[in-house]
Ligand binder design. Structure first.
Ligand code: C5P
Length: 228
């Protein structure tokens, strides 16, 4: 990878984790810190790209040199990424998006009731944003998904990634193992990048910035030549 191999390319990166409100003071969220997505945005900018970072509740600072669009919920992320993806050369969906959101958002803080030992929250399905982008025509846009899985068997982990890439219509799918102590919020990561022919186009582990460059090496090879 040369230093400026993404010069002038429009790269959109989603990072962080969505928060789905229950009431004015509570939300359903996840443990994604945004570190890997932010590292990809920063690395892409360093390689010359014009980067839009769609930032969902980041626990780290946004990198300089990127346009940052803050979002919180899956629906906000969908609106922001759909707008930014039009005409983009690359869309990287690194954010952890909630599959479901509370069916009703209370206008006031939900109160506990004396004697109540259990309660249930009804959830409704969020749109699958990546699958929406992947199943719509996206010629000229390299679409990259992530799969954060707790599966520990490496072969089964890759199979999950292959199935997910196909199901979502992504051009590349980055698989990473997550757990109580792996992946989310950590400074290091270990990933495999699955290509459209089901091969493993790259494997990388180490600091999230070096993993970001390894992922961008695979992406840069697939960005259509010439078209600025
Ligand atoms: O299905 P799963 O959540 O494992 O898929 C992960 C990939 O799909 C990530 O790239 C994530 O950003 C994206 N995703 C999405 N919309 C959802 C759920 C996940 O775009 N509702």
């Amino acid at each position: 990878a040369s230093v400026a191999d993404l010069a002038g390319r429009r790269v959109v990166v989603t990072a962080g984790g969505t928060r789905e409100p229950l009431d004015p003071v509570r939300f359903l969220g996840n443990r994604s810190s945004g570190k890997q997505g932010v590292a990809i945005a920063e690395a892409a900018a360093a390689r010359g790209a014009e980067v839009t970072l769609i930032a969902a509740n980041l626990e780290v600072a946004s990198p300089g040199g990127c346009r940052v669009v803050p979002v919180s919920t899956a629906l906000e992320l969908q609106e922001a990424v759909t707008a930014a993806a039009a005409g983009a050369d690359v869309v990287v969906m690194a954010a952890a998006v909630a599959d479901f959101r509370p069916a009703d958002v209370s206008e006031t803080k939900i109160k506990k009731v004396d004697g109540q030992e259990r309660m249930s929250i009804e959830l409704v399905r969020n749109p699958d944003i990546l699958a929406g982008l992947g199943t719509a025509p996206h010629d000229g846009t390299v679409l990259v998904g992530f799969a954060a899985e707790t599966e520990t068997d490496p072969a089964r982990l890759l199979e999950l990634g292959r199935a997910k890439r196909r199901a979502k219509g992504a051009d590349l799918l980055v698989v990473n193992r997550v757990g109580w102590t792996h992946g989310f919020a950590a400074d290091e990561n270990a990933v495999s990048v699955i290509a459209a022919d089901d091969t493993v186009a790259a494997e990388a582990s180490g600091p999230k910035m070096s993993v970001a460059h390894a992922i961008l090496d695979v992406i840069a090879e697939r960005v259509a030549p010439g078209a600025e």
